[in-house]
Design a protein around this ligand. Structure first.
Ligand code: 13P
Length: 287
């Protein structure tokens, strides 16, 4: 059964590790992530952007697939199904469809409006026993049409949003979706420390997990980050392994064109990336 992300993230914050949110795109992604979490006895969050939800034929399809797969694969570790960078409408649709967690990204609104809309959704999420993530400042770059300028969060605004009773808070700290440019200045640990001080026990979320050096990940966890989002890195691993299979002409050997064979190296590559991240984040054995 899907669970709210609240308990797993509060435990992570208290014990100084982070739970990975891995974004899903299709059946192969979902299966690879769930199997790895089960093998490593790690809690996990499946992230679904609005674009990915649409691609998978709607949120109800996603809920049906994930629930069916958890039963079919005998998954016993805690799994949260979470809307990533949701609009107000998207959040309502995911509550209706049976997600166990939502993110309302009101970071592009003036702070008063972000507070107002987040407050309404906190009540709805609470009524349904779901976890809810909010965002202050913004994540740079672009993810599935969501574009951010990457401004660092104001710690007082973070406190105002945290006080609404959200489960977890994404604060912009110089992080960027997608690959980091060569001239990236790194994470702003001063901002993170100031935000963490203001919000106390509230789990903090680090978006843009792809390509952040290990030492920065560890430092971020030590300063209160307890959920780290990874999307692009699984996409790159999948594409790389699939390209190698095709370039080696394996799809032309025997029944190598069978999608179950053609997509297998990519699926295995996602598993390897997820394993590497779970080990780095410290969530192995925490289920
Ligand atoms: P990356 O694509 O950079 O890993 O970011 C993922 C993310 O933050 C999802 O919200």
């Amino acid at each position: 059964m899907l669970v709210s992300a609240k308990e797993m993230l509060e435990k992570a914050k208290a014990e100084h590790y982070a739970v990975g949110q891995f974004n899903i795109n299709n059946l192969e992604w979902t299966k690879s992530i769930l199997l790895t979490a089960e093998e490593l006895k790690s809690p996990v969050i499946l992230g679904v952007s609005e674009g990915a939800g649409k691609y998978m034929a709607g949120y109800k399809t996603v809920v049906g697939m994930v629930n069916g797969m958890m039963e079919g694969l005998g998954i016993t570790v805690p799994v949260a199904l979470h809307l990533d960078h949701g609009s107000y409408e998207g959040c309502l649709q995911c509550v209706e469809a049976g997600f166990s967690s939502i993110m309302f990204d009101g970071s592009h609104y003036p702070i008063e409006e972000n507070i107002e809309k987040t407050k309404e959704l906190v009540k709805i999420a609470n009524d349904h026993g779901m976890s809810i993530e909010a965002e202050v400042g913004s994540i740079g770059g672009e993810e599935d049409g969501v574009i951010g300028r990457g401004e660092c969060a104001d710690p007082d605004e973070c406190k105002a949003i945290a006080d609404l009773g959200v489960t977890m808070l994404a604060a912009g700290i110089g992080n960027i979706h997608g690959k980091y440019p060569d001239n990236w200045e790194g994470l702003s640990f001063d901002t993170l420390a100031a935000v963490n001080e203001k919000v106390g026990d509230m789990p903090l979320v680090l978006h843009g997990g792809t390509g952040i050096p290990e030492d920065m990940i560890k430092k971020a966890i030590s300063l209160g980050v307890s959920k780290i989002n990874v999307n692009t890195e699984c996409q790159l691993s999948f594409a790389d392994a699939t390209r190698k299979y095709i370039e080696a002409g394996k799809d032309l050997e025997g029944k190598g064109f069978d999608p179950r064979k053609l997509l297998a190296p990519g699926a295995d590559a996602i598993k390897a990336t997820v394993k590497e991240k779970m080990e780095l984040f410290g969530s192995v054995g925490k289920a």
